[in-house]
Design a protein around this ligand. Sequence first.
Ligand code: BG6
Ligand code: MG
Length: 217
Amino acid sequence: GKKGFIFDLDGVIVDTAGFHYLAWRNLAHELGFEFTEKQNERFKGVSRVRSLEILLEIGDVKATQEQKEGWLVSKNEEYLSYISKMTSDDILPGVLKVLDYLQEKQIPMALGSASKNAQPILKRVGLFDRFDSIVDGNHVTKAKPDPEVFTIGADALGVAYTDAVVFEDSIAGIQAANRVDMVSIGIGDAQVLHEADHNFKDFTEIDTAFLDQLINA
Ligand code: BG6
Ligand code: MG
């Protein structure tokens, strides 16, 4: 059937994973513990609330609901200050070429992100109008590895789940796509993302022959 392509945002289209990491690390320091980049792998694709829970587990910090809500707000304010400085230069290498090619081939495209900040980020980097559908953290109740964010996207594009192709940099996102038999494409470390159907270090490694193969499969 007709294929549709779904893109995660953070770590796939833009390099925001580092901003999330900085903001969480600063909170960890404030609470008196270290938070390493390796530990940050567990945070990719995970919702904001779940991220805080994992951070507090790592630091063995007990907190009241009120404290947690305050930290979620301050972490997001710091994150927003980082993304407010983003421009189209922050689009990851090779992404525009792939989006252009798929658009030329009239392939429907959706965004599938856990982030509640997805729309302002897309606007800042000038990609808001490039997607037929945007599904983000404001539209879902179940976080990755639940496939909800991708199934809503495929439904909006009018493609069967098995005809949907998902680009993801997180383990949770690859698992979400695999759960409903979408074609999962890992962007990043192939060892971390070994459950993906295909792996690439970044979009510069993806050529039109590979895209044609997916489109015509
Ligand atoms: C995901 C990121 O895309 O969005 C996670 O990979 C992040 O690290 C999640 O926690 C939620 O983002 P936000 O912007 O709503 O805090
Ligand atoms: Mg991501």
